[in-house]
Design a protein around this ligand. Structure first.
Ligand code: MN3
Length: 380
């Protein structure tokens, strides 16, 4: 059970929903960090009164320091400031909801400070899975999933038999806003079209990842690391209603699934209260109101990002890191109007085909791969 929380990425969508859980469950917030949103983090700091806050952007941190001068909250800056918060003595749990591989170093820092990690930053595991897991084992740090599908799988695995009876993981996907469309139809979609997710309200990066289905590919890699399964033992199923959040199948063909309304506060809260459960501020699931649920095979040809991720995890080493960074860059360029929707997958595929990276790696190697992959996507 969490008592004293550090929240990394507090101004994003998961960050704000996490603070709502803290508000309702009464967790003490010991530190808040964000990238550069001065107004929002100031408001959060005045409400939750943490010991420290940090902004990764130095200029914004200087601004925040002036604004919080009338309080005794310490204002830190830069990646060092974020990492100082991630290893704060007074906290027992670090919830990482940073977007992108920028979350990797804070995760490693929190692990080395022996914190419990509530992980919403999937890129941490995609970019550095091997490294993160070996450090977590070395320091005895638990990693609890916040991603809704992975929380579902984790919940389905409670009470798992002691033998290796897990046959496969069924990872569900909403299919995003472009489910059922052909490649030709996707050639001309706009950023605005891609940002209209049918079920979940999320930040811009992940919403675009959801439209390309790169998000599901990244989540497949995330599941490989979190649950120690092979990529071929994960079946991706499109489930349009986002009510069944994922499932596991055992050797006796019994399938256990976790269901609930699509509200991130449920998996956030479970990561913090595990192994206990407490009342939630979310709506109850009314199955008769849902009335029916649909399931489909993904269209792997149109949404090729899923297979790019499968190939990357099978190639091993830093290939998933390369794909992740290539995607971060291509996703950004699409949002900036510099490339078309289909070019996201094309550019990421080219990086996977052409890049040569290490099998055994340390943190600095991840950074190097990140720079190289981004450069290849930009073409400079
Ligand atoms: Mn998810």
């Amino acid at each position: 059970m969490t008592e004293n929380l550090v929240l990394l990425g507090s101004t994003g969508s998961i960050g704000e929903q996490s603070l709502d859980v803290c508000r309702k469950c009464g967790y003490k917030v010991k530190a808040l960090t964000a990238n550069s949103n001065v107004e929002k983090i100031e408001r959060q700091a005045r409400e939750f009164k943490p010991e420290a806050v940090a902004l990764a952007d130095e200029k914004s941190a200087a601004e925040l320091k002036v604004k919080l001068a009338d309080t005794d909250i310490r204002v830190l800056s830069g990646v060092e400031g974020v990492c100082e918060c991630a290893s704060l003595d007074s906290a027992d749990t670090v919830l990482n909801s940073v977007v992108g591989m920028a979350g990797l170093l804070p995760t490693l820092t929190a692990i080395r400070a022996k914190k419990k990690i509530a992980l919403a930053n999937k890129e941490t595991l995609v970019a550095g899975g091997q490294l993160v897991l070996s450090e977590a084992e070395k320091y005895g740090a638990d990693i609890l999933p916040v991603d809704s599908e992975h929380s579902a799988i984790f919940q389905c695995l409670q009470g798992k038999p002691s033998n290796k009876a897990l046959k496969k993981i069924i990872l569900t996907a909403s299919g995003g806003p472009f489910f059922g469309r052909t490649r030709e139809e996707l050639a001309s979609v706009t950023v605005g079209d891609a940002l209209k997710h049918p079920n979940w309200s999320m930040g811009a990066k992940i919403t675009i990842d959801s439209a390309t289905m790169m998000n599901k590919g990244l989540e497949l890699i995330e599941a490989v690391w979190l649950f120690g399964v092979k990529p071929e033992d994960i079946e991706i199923v499109v489930h349009r209603e986002s009510i069944l959040h994922s499932a596991v199948e055992y050797d006796d063909n019994s399938v256990i699934a976790q269901l609930g309304v699509p509200d991130m506060r449920i998996p956030i809260q479970y990561a913090l209260t595990y192994p206990e459960r407490y009342p939630s501020p979310t709506r109850e699931l009314d199955l008769t109101e849902i009335s029916s649920m649909s399931f489909f095979k993904p269209d792997y040809e149109t949404f090729s990002c899923i297979n790019i991720c499968k190939d990357a995890i099978n190639k091993g080493g830093l290939y998933p890191a390369a794909v992740n960074s290539a995607n971060e860059q291509a996703n950004l360029m699409f949002r900036e109007g510099k490339i078309g929707f289909l070019e996201i997958a094309e550019r990421v595929q080219r990086v996977l085909d052409e890049i040569r990276v290490k099998q055994d790696y340390c943190f600095e190697d991840v950074l190097e791969t990140d720079k190289l992959a981004r450069r290849m996507v930009r073409g400079d």
